[in-house]
Design a protein around this ligand. Sequence first.
Ligand code: ADP
Ligand code: MG
Ligand code: MG
Length: 246
Amino acid sequence: MADLEIRDLTVEVEGTEILHGVDIDVNKGETHALMGPNGSGKSTLAYAIMGHPNYALTGGSITCKGEDVTAMTPDERARLGMFLAMQYPTEVPGVSLTNFLRQSVSTVRGEDVPVRQFMKELREQFADIGMDEKFLQRNINEGFSGGEKKRFEILQMAMLKPEIAVLDETDSGLDIDAVRIVAEGVNRLSGPDLGTLIITHYTRILRYITPDKVHVMYEGRIVQSGGRDLADELEEKGYEHLKASA
Ligand code: ADP
Ligand code: MG
Ligand code: MG
C-alpha cells in the first residue's frame, strides 16, 4: 500500500461533482507533479486531501500510511505525517511567524517544544532557505509577497518534517520567483523520508525539479500519468492537445 493512496475519489463542491474518480499513489522518497490547466480540479483535490469542510467526499478513499484519513481533522492528519500547506490560515493579524510556527510544531509533535530549542532549529532552517532574520517578527502572511509566502511554506515544511507533503500553488499569480522557490525548497527537503505532491499548472516548474512522476488532470480526472518524458511533452505542447483527446 502506498504511503498516500487516493482511490476512485469523487468530490462535490456545493452540490456539483468536480472530481470524478481520481487515483494517485505517492510513496516516501518520491516527488510527483500534478499538473493541468486552470479549473481542472487540482486545488479541489488538495482541499479534499486536507479535509476542507466545503469539499464533500462522495466516493472513494484517501489513506495515509494505511490509515483512512477522511474522518480526521487537519491536525490529526498533520500528526500522522501529512503536510498540507493550505491548512494554515493565509492571514492571521497579530500572530507572529515565530509563535505560529512554534504552535504548529508543538501540535504536530504532540509536546510543547521549548523556546530555546525551537529557536535553534528555526535559525538553522532559516539560513538554508535564505530568509531575512527580521522576517521572524512579522505576522503570518500579512503583506507577504508571493515569493515570501512560498518561502514560509517551505520553512513550515522544513520544521514540521512531514512524510507526505502536498503543495498547491496559490490561486493568485504564482510568479516565476515563487515557482523557483518551491522547486528549490522541495529539492532541498527531498529524500527517502519524504514524499511530495506538487500541484501547479506551470509546466515551467519542470525546469527546476525532476519529478519521479507527472500526472495531468483535466476536467476532474487524471488523463495522463508518466515520467520525465511526459514532463518534456507538456513543456513543449502545454495543455491544448488535451481538449482534443478528452
Ligand atoms: P484548479 O486548481 O485546477 O485550477 P479548482 O479545483 O480550483 O481547479 O476548480 C475546479 C472546478 O471546480 C472549477 O470549475 C471551479 O469553478 C470549481 N470550483 C472550485 N471551487 C469551487 C467552489 N468553492 N464553489 C463552486 N465551484 C468551485
Ligand atoms: Mg485555479
Ligand atoms: Mg488551483
